[in-house]
Write a protein that binds this ligand. Structure first.
Ligand code: NAD
Length: 339
């Protein structure tokens, strides 16, 4: 029996998760909920995905001549899991609706951590999320941080982590957002919220992150300084990072920017030029005794998609072994195979 999945909020994250669900051999996409009959619904219609809406929006869809399958409540009566990908802060208004419908829900990083029993990352705490009703997949930057810190922690005990996160100002579709010409300290006083979120997933760590918002839409860029208890060499660091099945390592002579990384992803046939992996510049890896520094890109629109897919399996409990789920997700999304 396939896991029946619905997606509430068919925007940047929702449409990607819906597409990824359709690729899974053990899942069925029952439908997506679109609040407004705007341009974003057209791709669902074209792909034959059943479109649901909110009770109060039914007439708007009728006026536009867009067929709908039913309302959110009707979708909830048909699914095992709903992936809530409504805008940050909106998900919490649905928690009781999901509870009443006895449906498991995956929330996104824009919600506060107390919305769910587990703040999730596939590599760190998949088993904690087994059969839970509410799980939250942490934000794009936090997912990127957690993957790297987890990989490095396999190389030895980490004493402290210091990071600078250069955040994209907006997603490409967000025509009203900025900045167009500024760097905004986010906030000036550390830590940025990512520090707190990393600890929600990984437990107590000596970590401080700064963040700055930059006028770019394609990806975030992180610089991390990690200090180990024992001296490390470059080879062991490289080995542990490349062991992570959602990290790719690129050459800085070949790819010098986030633009080239995204463009290459498009050239290689990735849908929307999506990059699910952390992209680490090999040349940026600097190892000096106990200190390691490195730089990597995070494609904000895509990095949380595989984690959402694994979270769906975890809450249903159909697959208990994280590596088994990660393998299926990676294979179906072509992770690491494109570069
Ligand atoms: P989005 O604005 O692109 O999509 C949200 C969708 O939800 C839109 O289609 C909107 O019309 C719809 N919506 C709005 N109110 C609704 C309601 N009351 N009921 C149902 N649908 C409603 O947002 P997004 O970027 O996909 O973000 C979704 C979540 O994912 C947020 O929590 C965000 O923080 C998180 N997230 C976003 C990114 C990113 O870079 N975009 C990355 C990681 C996590």
């Amino acid at each position: 029996m396939k896991i029946k999945v619905g997606v509430n909020g068919y925007g940047t994250i929702g449409k990607r998760v819906a597409w990824a669900v359709m690729k899974q051999p053990d899942m069925e996409l029952v439908g997506v909920v679109k609040r407004k009959p705007n341009w974003e619904v057209l791709s669902a219609v074209k792909k034959g995905i059943p479109v649901y809406t909110l009770e109060e929006s039914v007439r708007d869809f009728e006026r536009r001549g867009i067929d709908i399958e039913g309302t959110l409540d009707e979708l909830l009566s048909k699914v095992d899991v709903i992936v809530d990908s409504t805008p940050g802060g909106v998900g919490k208004t649905y928690k009781e609706v999901y509870r009443k419908a006895e449906v498991k829900a995956i929330f996104q990083g824009g919600e506060k951590s107390d919305i769910a029993e587990v703040s999730f990352n596939s590599f760190v705490n998949y088993r904690e999320a087994l059969r839970k009703q509410f799980v939250r997949v942490v934000s794009c930057n936090t997912t990127g941080l957690v993957r790297i810190i987890h990989s490095l922690s396999e190389a030895g005990t980490i004493r402290k982590i210091r990071g600078v996160i250069v955040r994209r100002g907006a997603d490409p579709k967000e025509i009203k957002k900025g900045p167009i010409d500024a760097l905004i300290l986010n906030p000036a006083k550390p830590p940025s919220h990512h520090t707190i979120d990393v600890k929600k997933v990984m437990g107590e760590l000596d970590i401080i992150t700064y963040a700055v918002v930059a006028p770019t839409t394609l990806a975030h860029l992180h610089y991390l300084l990690v200090e180990f208890k024992e001296p490390k060499n470059r080879e062991e660091i490289l080995k542990h990072i490349s062991n992570n099945s959602r990290v790719v390592i690129v050459n800085g002579d070949l790819l010098k920017s986030t633009v080239e990384v995204r463009e290459l992803a498009k050239d290689m046939g990735r849908p929307n030029g999506d990059v699910y992996e952390n992209v680490i510049w090999e040349d940026s890896i600097w190892v000096n005794n106990k200190e390691v520094m490195l730089a990597y890109a995070v494609h904000q629109e895509a990095i949380v998609v595989p984690e959402n897919i694994d979270a769906i399996r975890a809450v249903t409990g159909v697959i208990e072994d994280p590596q088994e789920s990660i393998k299926i997700t990676n294979n179906t999304l072509g992770i690491k195979g494109w570069i």
